[in-house]
Design a binder for this molecule. Structure first.
Ligand SMILES: Cc1ncc(C[n+]2csc(CCOP(=O)(O)OP(=O)(O)O)c2C)c(N)n1
Length: 546
């Protein structure tokens, strides 16, 4: 016999869970106590449940396993909602374990009670409130399965406090990996025939290629058939951005010329992507409902395949296994027009991705900071981004080359960058981790930076201080010119804040300081913080009178 919480934790540990992120609460003291007996599970104590949740999301993305966050009922659970939403939008397996009021008080509007099935009903894949201590381990097992299957996503496990330390049988829940699936021979042959014949094919590859061997399988497929590769929203790190076949990311700022060119394709292989809102440019590329070209959509989740566009071939399968199955062993004949087609797309991409040279009068053009980071980043650097316009040059100009990683929320949430950097450096102590964050986003979860000091994590934090929620100011100027409200920020002395946290900190105000500051930050051997006085003006749209 064992306690119900021990049973739950052994199931999690047996499936590879070696770290959890939490803010404690009286509603799950029983689980917390059981954690004392699991020295193989690292407990990262956070300062806000959004930080804990974001760390779990980032850790899951890097480890390929479910990320675990534990939070208290009511206030803790509501604080964590932002990360649950991010896990859903980013298709990341995450399990949020929430303490709950005792069973006897359920549905009595008890202190800090929430009905999580309703609260999280539309953003979590599964919300389960345990009502019997014997269910706890089974619920943990199912949470792992549901979070990681199909379209990965968040699961919420709700555990009333009075059933966390009950005696139960030690269960033996062990999940073995599913066999991967590929389409039947005939369908594969039909798709191959389309690939052989296409003069202007285009691969659009998405997050499923983050899976083991995914990047290599994607590269092998593209190279074998000489097919240009576009990546789905913010998935820059799936395929070398310097590869001759790389033609760009489908994101928030594609030039019309580029999308028009993509439209000229005669075959789209949409592999491992949900082809959602941003990737499809607001459901406008390809044509809806029936694309103008042969459209192959492969994804592991039946629900997603052909959800937005009617594919000629809807393939519910493992996209990595499919890529391998479509990669010929011998060099195939390639239709002659394909190289000119690739050249055309490449030229458009390169013109868009070229580093700009702008004159900034009111601070440093953050493009120069990103350029310096690019020049000095190691070959396996992990770049963690918060939401904000400061990040735009990373998406557009950085040029990721695997195994470099881009950790950036598809949900566009502020507050992700700092916790993601903590989780990344904990997961990969030997890799360079660089976090870029705006003055807005930093004030949301920047407090999690203390973990870098506590655990001596050599993360380089770079804060773009432009005194504004600039992404929103830009939109304000575009839609309501001259009418500024709510988008200016009165800031603390960030350099002093970072120092008070215990980081080595520096503030730079001139472009000629950038390269050296980045170099010394990367060489610091401990957590380091650079506050950049960033130009706001250079990011704003020209005034109408200009
Ligand atoms: C949690 C959250 N709140 C609000 C927004 C809307 N939003 C998107 S970007 C942004 C401003 C970001 O400001 P900052 O971090 O200073 O970066 P900047 O845009 O100035 O570079 C806001 C408010 C959001 N995406 N996420």
């Amino acid at each position: 016999m064992t306690s119900s919480s021990h049973a739950l934790l052994s199931v999690l540990q047996n499936h590879g869970v070696d770290r959890v992120f939490l803010v404690p609460g009286e509603s799950y003291l029983g689980i917390l106590d059981a954690l004392c007996d699991f020295p193989g599970i690292d407990v990262v104590t956070c300062r806000h449940e959004s930080g804990a949740g974001f760390m779990a999301v980032a850790d899951a993305r890097l480890s390929g396993r479910a990320g675990i966050a534990l939070v208290s009922r009511g206030p803790g659970a509501t604080n964590a909602a932002i990360a649950v939403h991010t896990a859903q939008q980013d298709a990341i397996p995450m399990i949020l374990i929430v303490g709950q009021v005792p069973r006897a008080d359920l549905r009595r509007e008890a202190f800090q009670e929430i009905d999580y099935r309703r609260m999280y009903g539309t953003i979590a894949k599964w919300v389960f409130e345990v009502t019997d201590p014997r269910q706890l381990a089974e619920a943990g097992f199912k949470a792992l399965r549901i979070a990681t299957s199909g379209t990965p996503g968040p699961v919420v496990l709700v555990v009333p406090e009075d059933l966390q330390q009950q005696q139960v049988e030690q269960p033996r829940w062990i999940a073995h990996a599913h066999a991967s699936t590929i389409p039947d021979e005939q369908t594969l042959r039909q798709v191959l025939r389309k690939i052989e014949a296409a003069e202007r094919p285009l691969i659009v590859a998405g997050g499923a290629f983050e899976g083991a061997g995914g990047r290599a399988a994607l590269a092998a497929l593209a190279e074998a058939w000489q097919i240009p590769v576009a990546l789905s929203f913010r998935r820059h790190d799936l395929f070398s951005n310097l590869h001759p076949l790389y033609v760009g990311e489908l994101g928030l700022a594609n030039p019309k010329l580029q999308i028009d060119a993509f439209r000229q394709s005669d075959l789209i292989l949409a592999l491992g992507t949900r082809f959602g809102d941003i990737t499809s440019q607001g459901y406008s590329f390809p044509d809806l409902p029936c694309p103008g070209q042969t459209f192959v959509h492969a994804y592991a989740d039946d629900h997603m395949v052909g959800l937005h566009f009617a594919p000629d071939f809807g393939l519910v399968c493992d996209p990595i296994a499919l890529a391998r199955a479509l990669t010929p062993a011998a060099k195939p004949d390639i239709p002659q027009p394909r190289s000119a087609w690739t050249g055309q797309l490449k030229e458009i991409f390169q013109a868009h991705a070229a580093w700009p040279q702008r004159k900034a009068e009111d601070g440093i053009d953050f493009v120069q900071v990103v350029k310096a980071v690019r020049a000095q980043a190691s070959a396996d650097a992990i770049v963690c981004l918060d939401a904000g316009t400061f990040a735009a040059p990373v998406y557009r100009h950085f040029g990721f080359v695997p195994p470099q990683r881009l950790m950036s929320p598809l949900s566009g949430t502020m507050g992700y960058g700092t916790p993601a950097a903590i989780a990344a450096q904990l997961r990969f102590p030997g890799r360079q981790v660089i976090c870029m964050v705006g003055d807005g986003g930093f004030m949301m979860t920047g407090n999690e930076m203390i973990a870098a000091v506590e655990r001596k994590l050599p993360i380089l934090f770079i804060l773009a201080n432009n005194g504004s929620y600039a992404s929103i100011r830009i939109q304000q100027e575009l839609h309501y010119p001259g009418r500024r409200l709510g988008t200016s920020l009165f800031n603390p002395d960030f350099e002093q804040v970072a120092r008070a946290f215990g980081l080595r900190a520096q503030r730079i105000e001139r472009e000629d300081q950038v390269a050296r500051a980045v170099a010394s930050g990367l060489a610091a051997g401990g957590p380091c913080f650079i506050e950049v006085k960033a130009s706001l003006a250079v990011t704003l749209p020209p005034r109408r009178s200009d």
